[in-house]
Design a protein around this ligand. Structure first.
Ligand SMILES: [Zn+2]
Length: 156
């Protein structure tokens, strides 16, 4: 197995079914990148972009991903950074480190979504805007309904 020392970004709508080694396929539409594990094992590594997953930096020529990529569920258990297209190998983690990392990740995700919910409750801007529109719509409905009703009543 030969290690890949560089990944070249390719901006695509959707990654091809057969991935080429040494290419980081970036899909902005799906908010995700995919590449073949840089250790050479050929496993497919998917890195979704989100505030609690990976962040992609593109400087016009090179890409960087943050944080590092730890392929703990692969046989190779490889761990590396993608920094300005270059692969920087990082030390392998023990099972305990992996579990601690996963627990931290879960906590970060829970915290993030809780904060987002609190924000939505504290500042219901969009909800207030909807309320402004709603009576208008309802008034229209009422007029329509009462006209219908009047027609119906005048017939009988
Ligand atoms: Zn690998």
């Amino acid at each position: 197995m030969t290690r890949v020392s560089k990944l070249v970004p390719e901006f695509v709508k959707l990654a091809p079914p057969e991935l080429e080694e040494g290419v980081l396929y970036v899909s902005m539409i799906y908010g995700s990148a995919v590449h073949k594990c840089c250790c050479g094992c050929g496993d497919k590594v998917v890195t979704p972009f989100s505030p609690t997953d990976w962040k992609l930096t593109f400087d016009g020529e090179t890409v960087s991903l943050y944080p590092s990529i730890g392929n703990w569920s692969f046989k190779c258990r490889s761990h590396y950074w993608i920094h300005e297209n270059r692969i920087e190998w990082a030390p392998q983690w023990s099972q305990k480190q992996v579990e601690t990392g996963r627990a931290q990740d879960r906590r970060a995700k829970l915290g993030f979504f809780a904060a987002r919910r609190d924000q939505a409750e504290a500042a219901p801007v969009s909800a207030a805007q909807e309320h402004v529109k709603a009576p208008g719509l309802w008034d229209g409905m009422k007029t329509w309904l009462s006209r219908k009703l009047q027609k119906h009543l005048s017939k009988s």
